[in-house]
Design a protein around this ligand. Structure first.
Ligand code: ADE
Length: 238
């Protein structure tokens, strides 16, 4: 997979050199380039923003540098991903879908966001998704790109040593995962549940499923409804 990230703070993306994403890059599974948006400015101040039409606080990113950046970086298979608090919620299903794309191009907005015409124009030439990490506002899209890329990269074939961990993890089946334990069997007076040390794999699988359901019902009843369970007070049709 090829990934390009355009930002005015390339250093924010430095963690992409580390850990399993760094390894995926080293192995050639991920070809990643981070670009400074100011490369596509032409004035002495390398201006990327201006005041919003209609008034209001803050600044908006001007369309010209973005237009030139996308002209240069987009190809026939590009999916433009724009993190924004006004985007569609980013989910595991969205991560799975992005993991199938051959080329992701991330546009990191700052300030009050990017002039909407950039997104409108790009949508006439390529797939475009505005995605939100959650119902809160960040300074800009950079941290969201780190999150989205981590969720996507771990789904790419060859990145995780044990592909089974993708099958059992939280959200794989639309539910939360059961709690996990390791050695020692007793720690500070707390025991690992007996069933996990029983060696009975059928019983363990049942226990994990029930614990996953219990957790989901307690913490995320909305997911339970989405996974096809009837939950009083939660409207499945939503
Ligand atoms: N940029 C600013 N806030 C954001 C959010 N909640 N999700 C994604 N990108 C953002």
């Amino acid at each position: 997979m090829r990934v390009d990230v355009v930002t005015i703070f390339p250093d924010y993306l430095a963690p992409l050199d580390l850990s399993l994403i760094g390894k995926a890059r080293g192995a050639g599974i991920l070809q990643l380039a981070v670009h400074d948006l100011r490369r596509w400015t032409h004035d002495v101040h390398r201006t990327v923003d201006d005041t919003p039409y209609g008034g209001g606080p803050g600044m908006v990113m001007r369309p010209e540098p973005w237009g030139q950046a996308l002209d240069e970086l987009a190809g026939p298979d590009t999916h433009l991903v724009v993190p924004s608090p006004a985007g569609a919620p980013f989910t595991q299903a969205a991560a799975r879908s992005l993991a199938d794309d051959p080329h992701l191009l991330f546009a990191c907005g700052r300030y009050e966001g990017i002039d909407q015409r950039v997104i409108e124009h790009a949508a006439t030439r390529m797939r475009v998704s505005e995605v939100s990490l959650g119902d809160y506002v960040l300074f800009g899209g950079e941290v969201a790109v780190l999150v989205v890329l981590e969720a996507v990269t771990r789904l790419l074939p060859g990145v995780l040593g044990n592909a089974d961990s993708l099958v059992e993890e939280s959200h794989a089946a639309g539910l939360l995962e059961a709690p996990m334990y390791t050695k020692p069997p007793t720690w500070r007076g707390l025991d690992v549940p007996d069933v996990l040390r029983s060696g009975d794999h059928g019983k363990i699988a049942r226990w994990r499923r029930e614990e996953g359901l219990r957790r989901t019902a307690e913490r995320r009843p909305d997911l339970l409804a989405g996974a096809g369970f009837q939950v009083p007070g939660v409207d499945v049709a939503k």
